[in-house]
Design a protein around this ligand. Structure first.
Ligand SMILES: [Zn+2]
Length: 227
């Protein structure tokens, strides 16, 4: 189909270019002086403006290339690994964690199929300690259901179901730990060892003379080293 002839005028806008002056035909070709959104002035072929081949002074191409390089360069970044991990957990049955995600029907919203779209919505995790978290644990990976949280916050969500009874008051273990200034992991370990909740919370320090199994002692030592 032949493109119909179009008359252009000064002031017409073609993507980033605005026509500021039309030249007389030079050897059968018509040129226009255009101002680009970036501020530079360029003489371009009118037919290229109409066909859409020329959209800017060239700055658009440079920006696109920069963006693509940046996205490509991000393949080794943490946020990229987080995105790709999320996709595999939900889509690839052989991936580790699939049984807790894909098999349970947890999906990634289709708008996040491409890394750049995920990145545009979520950005970088604020620090290296931040993880991608779903606010509703049964919900999908969607823009509205995701946020960056530190491991501690994330743990609190996940653990919020663990209830204990302190002096007749029912509360979650993390609430209780916060209230009494107790260490969550230490308290949990103690509970798992069969301690009374109140004692597990209120006993301040781990003495190796406690009723700890040697397995727990080792685990505890290791954690101290990590902490
Ligand atoms: Zn430009």
């Amino acid at each position: 189909m032949r493109r119909f002839k179009r008359v252009i005028n000064t002031g017409d806008k073609f993507t980033r270019l605005t026509v500021i002056k039309l030249y007389k035909k030079i050897v059968g070709k018509k040129y226009a002086k255009c101002k680009c959104e970036c501020g530079s002035i360029k003489k371009v072929l009118v037919s290229s403006l109409i066909s859409g081949n020329t959209k800017s002074c060239g700055c658009l191409c440079i920006e696109k290339r920069y963006f693509n390089n940046r996205i490509h360069g991000m393949r080794s970044s943490r946020v990229y690994r987080i995105w790709s991990g999320m996709k595999s957990r939900c889509n690839i049955p052989s991936a580790s964690g699939y049984k807790y995600y894909g098999a349970r029907g947890i999906k990634v919203q289709k708008e996040w199929k491409k890394f750049e779209d995920f990145y545009a919505d979520m950005g970088d995790p604020p620090t290296n300690r931040h993880e991608l978290d779903r606010i509703d644990n049964e919900g999908n990976y969607t823009k509205n259901n995701c946020r960056w949280v530190t491991e501690i916050q994330q743990g609190r969500n996940r653990r919020s179901n663990k209830n204990i009874n302190i002096d007749g008051v029912k509360m979650t273990l993390s609430e209780a730990c916060e209230k009494f200034g107790a260490d969550y992991r230490r308290t949990l370990d103690r509970l798992n060892l069969g301690w009374n909740p109140l004692k597990a919370i209120k006993t301040k320090k781990c003495e190796y003379g406690d009723r700890f199994s040697s397995k727990f002692k080792d685990a505890y030592k290791k954690r101290r080293e990590i902490d």
